[in-house]
Ligand binder design. Structure first.
Ligand SMILES: [Zn+2]
Ligand SMILES: [Zn+2]
Length: 84
């Protein structure tokens, strides 16, 4: 699951608690939208650590990179999937 949804409301967890975020990431395993490590709550990396979904892509418009929180390596999102 590397394609972004047509509409992203924001970080799912921040919306629940009424917090703010800086940039958005999407878990490529389950599609969960979380906030980046520069955001106060770091929900994207929190999700990765909590449920073991290691790779998230940027959910920012025009950005096509992904990041593995476990191996700390970057990927490029292509129409065929992730490329190292
Ligand atoms: Zn968040
Ligand atoms: Zn996930």
């Amino acid at each position: 699951m590397t394609e972004l949804p047509a509409e992203i409301a924001g970080c799912e967890e921040c919306l629940k608690i009424g917090s703010a975020w800086l940039h958005l990431r999407m878990c490529v395993t389950c599609g969960k939208i979380g906030c980046c490590d520069s955001s106060p709550n770091r929900h994207a990396s929190g999700h990765a650590a909590e449920v073991g979904h290691a790779i998230a892509r940027s959910a920012e418009p025009g950005e096509t990179w992904a990041w593995c929180y476990v191996d700390e390596v970057g990927f490029v999102v292509t129409p065929d999937g992730l490329r190292a």
